[in-house]
Design a protein around this ligand. Structure first.
Ligand code: AMP
Length: 170
């Protein structure tokens, strides 16, 4: 089974010039989804994670089953106005557009070892924002896991200090 067979490239989506990697065929195929989640869970275990954090929205789809498999908590990072309790927040640039992300402050405990899981590493802006949020909330980031890395964008250069697990590189 090759993960690449389940990723569809959509040119010029959502704006001209972007090669959008559609992961829905992969998560729609039980065996492929299970293998991807298992590999990322194995990584989370290897870095002794006590929490999984996943950014809105595809980070939820992958991060939540990783946490479930490891029997540890999942903490969602969400867009502004969605989380009802006290949040930490961070503004950043995307490959396309701008974004702000928030995290419930109390959901990360002092000493939590956090693995952050997202679908795709492009410029690394989303991951950088998520790392800042986890640190502001008092957690220690112990690893970063992605289904896909767009290597041309050199996003990983932003994170020389963290172990990184990637399932598919383009
Ligand atoms: P970045 O912050 O630039 O690393 O972008 C990562 C986030 O944007 C991920 O959460 C992806 O869901 C989304 N994203 C960025 N570029 C793409 C792309 N080419 N295809 C699919 N999703 C993308």
């Amino acid at each position: 089974m090759k993960y690449e067979d389940y990723i569809v490239n959509i040119p010029d989506f959502p704006i001209p010039g972007i090669q959008f990697k559609d992961i829905t065929p992969l998560i729609g195929e039980g065996k492929a989804f299970h293998k991807a989640v298992s590999e990322l869970a194995e990584f989370g275990k290897s870095v002794h994670a006590t929490k999984v954090v996943g950014p809105d929205a595809r980070g939820f789809i992958i991060g939540a089953p990783v946490a479930c498999m490891l029997e540890i908590g999942f903490v969602p990072v969400r867009k502004p106005g969605k989380l009802p309790r006290e949040v930490v927040r961070y503004d950043y640039d995307l490959e396309y557009g701008k974004n702000t992300l928030c995290l419930h402050k109390e959901d990360i405990r002092q000493g939590d070892k956090v693995v952050i899981i997202d679908d795709l590493l492009a410029t690394g802006g989303t991951m950088q924002a998520t790392i800042r949020l986890v640190e502001q909330a008092g957690g220690e980031v112990v690893g970063l896991g992605f289904m896909i890395e767009l290597t041309e964008l050199n996003g990983r250069e932003k994170f020389p200090e963290y172990p990184i697990k990637v399932l598919i590189k383009y």
